[in-house]
Design a protein around this ligand. Structure first.
Ligand SMILES: *Cc1c(COP(=O)(O)O)cnc(C)c1O
Length: 402
């Protein structure tokens, strides 16, 4: 039967019925090891008892009241985020794109509040992904995502990722902010170099620009730090979070300093669902686990194991794997074979990996993945590599060797 859903997605012929830890299970009982985590969303894996309990408890009390009322769980959650980060305040959204929309609005408003409304331009980077709304496709600059949707929203000046000189050259009288993923996700797990990210901070300070980090994918423990900016020793003025923050419940957040948020007074922004009690119950439950003593250190340790295992894999399969790159449990395998074919070979080995740009597959498992599961996943990646090596071996050579 044809699908009644608007055909914007190229879906695999695969559906899951339930999940357990780092595993996804079909209705017929086939178990897949999930190195994709629903695209870095299922930070605590599937069916985590603490998260399930928090959601059920809240579901039996109250789902939604609107932002006309106090939401105590949201106050708690925001306070905890502020206490754990550079930020002074938080706004809750339902998605990453909405968090980026507010990031963009806030940056523009700050400049306007400073008497410089003409400084609405934001410098962004090639290979970036910030979401699929009209503003965020303009910020991302991917021609494929912009095509046919009318005039591109003005105010985004894109330069090559990692190129500080290009950033300097792009700063003009209309520039008000810089927006960057410290580690590009969809762009192919491209890690911003420390001198680049610190250089952006210095340029922002020098030119009175806001530094905005999109940590929708690389934040919330993914790199072994609560947020990736901690790795660089510099803090942004505004940070967009989503994906892992709700553990699978739709949730995003914008964290900002009091200074960056100073233009966002009463009535300047709003949302119906954002920060509703169900989302806040899940967010708090995710934080309970993520910020428990030792959890992030454990993620960092497992990230090292993953990285080392992948490096070993690359050495064994030089004709399939070109490069391993990433931080913590956010690793990319740059391939010499088509990444979609590789992801499909991995699925044949009952392992989920996620394609990204630059012919990369992303390894972004739930943060609760165990060391044994990492070893097992890497073994399955090796089996996926073998699909291509067997296919590439001339028939005569197999015969001659045996
Ligand atoms: C996924 C993603 C977004 C968009 O999030 P949605 O929830 O899909 O709107 C924005 N930025 C980055 C870095 C992302 O990975």
């Amino acid at each position: 039967m044809t699908s009644a859903i608007l055909p914007t997605y190229a879906r695999y012929q695969l559906a899951f019925d339930r999940g357990e830890g780092a595993w996804l299970i079909t209705a017929s009982g086939d178990k897949y090891l999930d190195f994709g985590g629903g695209i870095a969303v299922a930070s605590l894996g599937y069916n985590h008892p603490h998260l399930v309990d928090a959601l059920i408890q809240q579901a039996q009390k109250l789902w939604h009241t609107s932002n006309l009322f106090q939401i105590p769980l949201g106050e708690t959650f925001a306070r905890r985020l502020v206490d754990a980060t550079f930020a002074d305040n938080v706004f809750f959204t339902n998605s990453g794109a909405e968090a980026l929309e507010l990031t963009i609005k806030m940056a523009r408003k700050w400049n306007s509040a400073n008497g410089a409304p003409e400084r609405f331009h934001i410098i962004t980077f090639e290979g970036a992904f910030h979401g699929r709304t009209l503003a965020t496709i303009a910020a991302g600059g991917n021609a494929k995502y912009l095509d046919g949707f009318g005039p591109k929203m003005p105010g985004f000046d894109q330069v090559p990722f990692g190129d500080l000189e290009a950033v300097k050259a792009a700063i003009g009288p209309q520039t008000g902010a810089i927006l960057v993923e410290p580690i590009q996700g969809e762009g192919g797990i491209r890690v911003g170099a420390p001198e680049f990210i610190r250089g952006l901070r210095a340029l922002c300070d020098e030119h009175k620009l806001l530094l905005c980090f999109d940590e929708v994918q690389c934040g919330m423990g993914r790199t072994g730090k609560f947020f990736a900016y901690e790795r660089y020793g510099v803090a942004p003025d505004i940070l967009a979070s989503a994906k892992g923050i709700g553990g699978g419940f739709p949730l995003g957040a914008v964290l900002s300093t009091a200074e960056a948020g100073k233009g966002m007074g009463l009535g300047t922004h709003g949302t119906t669902y954002g920060g509703n009690p169900l989302a806040m119950a899940c967010g708090n439950a995710v934080l309970d686990i993520l910020l428990a003593p030792g959890f992030l250190d454990d993620v960092a340790r497992k990230g090292l194991l993953l990285r080392q295992s992948l490096a070993g894999l690359a050495a064994e399969h030089p004709d399939v794997i070109a490069e391993i790159r990433g931080e913590g449990l956010m690793q990319g395998i740059k391939l010499r074979v088509p990444n979609a074919d590789f992801a499909s070979a991995a699925r044949a080995e009952k392992l989920i990996v996620i394609p990204a740009a630059d012919n990369v597959v992303r390894i972004i498992p739930p943060l609760i993945v165990s060391e044994d599961e990492i070893r097992e996943g890497v073994r399955r990646l090796g089996a996926a590599c073998a699909h291509f090596e067997v296919a590439a071996t001339p028939k005569g050579k197999l015969g001659a060797d045996s």
